[in-house]
Design a protein around this ligand. Sequence first.
Ligand code: PRP
Length: 176
Amino acid sequence: MSDESPKVLISEDDILRRVDELAAQISADYADKGEIVLLGVLKGAFILLADLSRRLTVPRSIEFIAVSSYKDGSVPSGAVRLVMDVRRSIEGKHVLVVEDIVDTGHTLRYLIDMLESRGPASIRTCVLLHKEHSTEVDLDIDYLGFNIGDEWVVGYGLDYAEQGRTLPYIGVIEPH
Ligand code: PRP
């Protein structure tokens, strides 16, 4: 990424306003359900998870999971590998998967299928950005921040070659 700051696609204020709204909606929906397990998908979701979790008014615990998609063409498109699993069982728990972005959708599809096989009480998804025209699989996003086009975005947890994750806003870059 060049030294030039990426062009703003979604400002910090707009992101935080939307996170407030999502947290209020989630808190209302889970009000009588007991604890939610917030399951952040590393690395990209770490900032959304931090901001969202602190705005909820319902009991919650935090888990992380890490997956890696093969983007080098070595295996068929869409293959996903589990790199780090959760530390505690999710059996009987209400799980909210927190993701920074859904692009092709293969990562979230893989995660939902894998987590469902473990017998949670429920699974829902909270995603900041959805490239809806790039998504290749059938997916329901329960709590969505913003739909975006097919652009390279960085910031608020998202990277390009590990750069740009800590920008406070969502910016657009031209990859080289
Ligand atoms: C990004 C993002 C999602 C996934 C979405 O992760 O955080 O997990 O890609 O892509 P998909 O919908 O096409 O499957 P990435 O592999 O870049 O890893 P990172 O979160 O560690 O940056």
